[in-house]
Design a protein around this ligand. Structure first.
Ligand code: ZN
Ligand code: ZN
Length: 382
């Protein structure tokens, strides 16, 4: 166990309270579990956090009651959070907590609440406000909100940066070790198993996603699942893996060559390497995410590989392995964020040529005042 730094949960909650004031809301019902974890540190497979201006309630069921109480007791800044025990259903208990709050405008996370749950909860709150006159509060409404917690999460605080930096350092060590796992005659599955075991040994609580090992022609499938294919000399093998370190996800890809690299693969590799470097160089505060994507895409397009690069250049990292900011082409229905110091995301251009194979190179970067810090540290041509 490493000693934990004091966690800035109170700053995160303050951010939400300011956002509530801006939106004229009395409270926010946080149902997306990574957001619950962000605001109070609770990690369970179920739980709801209700953040009001003067009170904050964590709803948990029997399975997590002891863990929740000891979490709140162990962090002085969390001591003001009340625990509400769920006995029958989360929604019944949630309706009670919302009625007790006496609130009239209650935000919910629109991206994370199914319509049937929204309708049920709205009905319960309306029914609850129809009690005896003297106990009846103002009639409460649920108000859909967007990205209220995500807006805070996109800029990492010092505690998060420390964890991501340490996670990236450990993941880089796993990558260097993984080079030795790739040998002719071994299957993709065997290599993936070795990587997963190395992640555990390195202190990761779990892989951040299903490890990708794609040998030879499989490398042309960006999200290939490892199978029984045997690695052969002359092939490139895409290794894409990530780990969760103290709740935070890091993610890395290298394309390892077995034996000499054939000329067609060498050409693709060189182009992806230049695209990766160009994107890293483009990262600094004030730049649009789409401009970083364009830096990588321009290189690959000039090399005749524009159509072979069919995904975005990167994705944010944090409590989730794919979060904001999205580093991709401008799209009408997607935000194109302006990069700011404290953002952490991947840079992972790739080129996929059916019949020949694929190359992807992925590192994790932190935006700093004058550019970016590359958190992962592994030779490009591992
Ligand atoms: Zn990856
Ligand atoms: Zn990635």
């Amino acid at each position: 166990m490493t000693a934990r730094l004091p966690t800035p949960f109170h700053l995160r909650q303050q951010f939400i309270r300011a956002a509530l004031r801006d939106a004229s809301l009395d409270a926010l019902v946080v149902t997306h579990l990574p957001n619950v974890q962000y605001l109070c540190g609770f990690r369970g497979t179920a739980g709801v956090l209700v953040v009001g201006h003067s009170r904050c309630t964590l709803l948990v069921d029997f399975r997590y009651l002891t863990a929740a109480r000891s979490l709140l007791e162990s962090h002085p800044e969390l001591s003001a959070i009340e625990v509400a025990v769920v006995e029958r259903s989360y929604d019944d208990r949630l309706a009670e907590v919302l009625q007790q709050g006496g609130w009239s405008r209650i935000g919910i996370e629109a991206a994370h609440m199914p319509v049937n749950r929204f309708n049920r909860l709205s009905g319960s709150i309306a029914a609850g406000s129809a009690g005896p006159l003297e106990r009846r509060g103002p009639s409460a409404v649920l108000v859909p909100t967007e990205r209220m917690v995500e807006r805070a999460r996109v800029i990492k605080d010092t505690v998060e940066i420390g964890l991501l930096r340490e996670g990236a350092r450990r993941l880089s060590a796993v990558a260097r070790e993984a080079r030795g796992f790739v040998r002719p005659g071994r299957t993709e599955l065997e290599i993936a198993g070795d990587i997963d075991a190395a992640l555990r040994r390195a202190g990761f609580e779990r892989p951040a996603f299903e490890t990708i090992v794609a040998a030879g022609p499989h490398g042309a499938l960006p999200h290939a699942r490892p199978g029984g294919s045997v690695v052969a000399a002359g092939e490139g093998v895409v290794l894409d893996f990530g780990g969760v370190y103290d709740g935070y996800c890091v993610d890395l890809t290298r394309t390892v060559q077995v034996g000499a690299r054939p000329a067609d693969l060498a050409r693709i590799f060189a182009a992806v390497q230049v695209a990766h470097a160009a994107a890293v160089k483009a990262v600094r505060p004030g730049v649009l995410a789409s401009e970083v994507d364009a830096a990588a895409r321009g290189v690959l397009t000039a090399a005749g590989l524009g159509d072979a690069f069919g995904h975005g250049t990167g994705h944010g990292l944090g409590l989730e392995v794919h979060e904001e900011p999205r580093i991709a082409r401008r799209a009408p229905d997607q935000p194109d964020p302006v990069l700011a110091a404290g953002m952490v995301f991947t840079i992972e251009p790739g080129a996929y040529v059916p019949g020949t194979g694929g190359v992807r190179i992925e590192d994790d970067v932190l935006v700093v005042a004058d550019g970016c810090e590359v958190l992962t540290d592994v030779p490009i041509d591992l």
